[in-house]
Design a protein around this ligand. Sequence first.
Ligand code: CDP
Length: 309
Amino acid sequence: VLGWFYVFPAYRLPSDKEIVEEVLGLGEAWKKNQTGIDLYRNLLTECCNPRWMFSVTKENAPIGKVLWYDGEYYYSHTVNNETYSIFVQTTPLKPLKKCAVVGNGGILRHSKCGRDIDQADFVMRCNLPPLTKEYLADVGNKTHLVTANPSIIEKRFQGLFWSRKAFVDYLKAYGSSFIYMPAFSMRPGTDPSLRAYYAITDSPSNLTMLFANPDFLRNVGKFWKARGVHAMRLSTGLFLVSLALGMCDEVTVYGFWPFSIGLDGQPISHHYYDNILPGKWFHAMPEEFVQLWHLHKSGTLRVKVGSCR
Ligand code: CDP
């Protein structure tokens, strides 16, 4: 049976209702396809070398290396003594078995997926999401890697110019995970990312800061563009899925559902914790979902929507 992925021409995205019908139509059926998994690992390794290039390291960004910002036109940072000294030596990432990539979609609310998520060997989350008690059953609390957008540092923590306590306290929810920041993507993001690094290292924290490698972000952007994702910039979630596909035997994604209605046809909030809609980047997310769904149908990764119980 051909789903809408094949039936609808590329220039028209299915409506939210059509997506719901498609997803419900397939039901819970899912079968792992090792050939698909190997294929995507090879494709991603070839283009983007996720495990080694995901973050800047002393190895891939020695002193003098020019880091061209992936989100700016013609702007770069040349690695100097100061920046070199705060990079990790080499990639801290190892090949993994079961990975969970947790997006922030409202579909997670009342999903009861917390236990499933926490059972993965490696759990990745986006944008310092709340992991408080009220969400525990739905999203779990285990974290191995969490991304942080520099704008969060500016908006929520006063740019870390004043007290850093609120920031350091907030990060306790992520235990001893990696915190991943795009320090060399957009010009205004660099300083807050460096301040976040110092806030963490100057306090008794077990977190390890990883700075996103702009070459990796750019290459992953090209990879998905060639597959029909037409956006200025990919969503945070798709960068993490790309890392996971390059590094993990089994990838399950949760909280990826950028649509206005849930599987029951009722309105759904954008995030599991609020309903603040994103700005101009939003338009890419449905296209990204189409890609993820395609991978789900081919058994390459598993898209979990709906309830886990
Ligand atoms: O920073 P960004 O707006 O990309 O992300 P977010 O709103 O904090 O959510 C994290 C990720 O979850 C996004 O990058 C998307 O990949 C995914 N997401 C989704 O698929 N559907 C939603 N309704 C919300 C987020």
